[in-house]
Write a protein that binds this ligand. Structure first.
Ligand SMILES: [Zn+2]
Length: 131
């Protein structure tokens, strides 16, 4: 019997999904595909300073799974900045956090930040300036 799929909780989607060399477009060496759950480990561990244990709890996976996701994410980051590959973020086995679960630590959780404290989200589209 196949193991039931365990969704990885992601609290914040990336604002940008493509990164790459800006100096020389001809120097681009391929594309590295990073999943959204891999991105989430970089955000939580490297940016927010979350421990791998806390990160595992927030993403609803085991510590060893977080370790594996994080290792893959770090390797892809390195490939991009060292080898000059475009980093493309998208897909993966994740479910966007709805901010209502007791296990969500709320670190950078979009729903919590914008939905649970009565703060209006920033509009996606900025109207064009009037002439
Ligand atoms: Zn959350």
């Amino acid at each position: 019997m196949p193991r039931p799929r365990k969704w990885r909780r992601v609290c914040s989607m990336p604002d940008n999904s493509r990164f790459g060399p800006l100096d020389d477009a001809d120097a681009v060496r391929g594309v590295v595909a990073m999943t959204v759950d891999e991105y989430e480990t970089i955000r939580l561990i490297d940016l927010d300073g979350t421990s791998q244990e806390e990160c595992a709890a927030q993403m609803n996976v085991s510590r060893s799974t977080v370790q594996a996701i994080y290792d893959a994410a770090r390797r892809k980051l390195a490939q991009s900045i060292v080898e000059g590959a475009i980093l493309q973020i998208g897909g993966g086995e994740y479910r966007l956090c709805d901010g209502t679960s007791g296990h969500c630590g709320g670190r950078g959780c979009h729903r919590r930040r914008f939905g649970h404290e009565g703060v209006e989200p920033i509009p996606e589209e900025v109207p064009p300036p009037k002439e």
